[in-house]
Design a protein around this ligand. Sequence first.
Ligand SMILES: [Zn+2]
Length: 128
Amino acid sequence: MDPHEQPEQDELTEAQCAELRSDLVSLQAELERHINVGSESAETVDLDAPIGRLTRMDAMQRQQMAAETLRRQSVRLAQVRAAIKRIDTTDLFGLCQRCEEPIGMRRLSARPEAPICMTCQRAQETRR
Ligand SMILES: [Zn+2]
């Protein structure tokens, strides 16, 4: 059996929770910084600059990619903020918001802002 397929049932200890909270706070700062820089660079692509057609298409493509990155970072930032709020105002942090099972420390150390467990995440991705 693939070890990654084993369900994780570990509830978070207070220390783990504190550790994840500090991860979330630095992640929040990092994302805010990226989003500030990103929205500047998405705006400063000058499409009227005297450049070749291919370069211009290139610039537009880069701009679109920057906008997409920015969108994904904003979604993640919202999840990070929600996770911090969940730690501060509830004792439900670390539990899946869909099935209420523990999300598991392994997944949370990779993505502390994850609102749902791996099983629900997979189910959601398969439905798409
Ligand atoms: Zn779940």
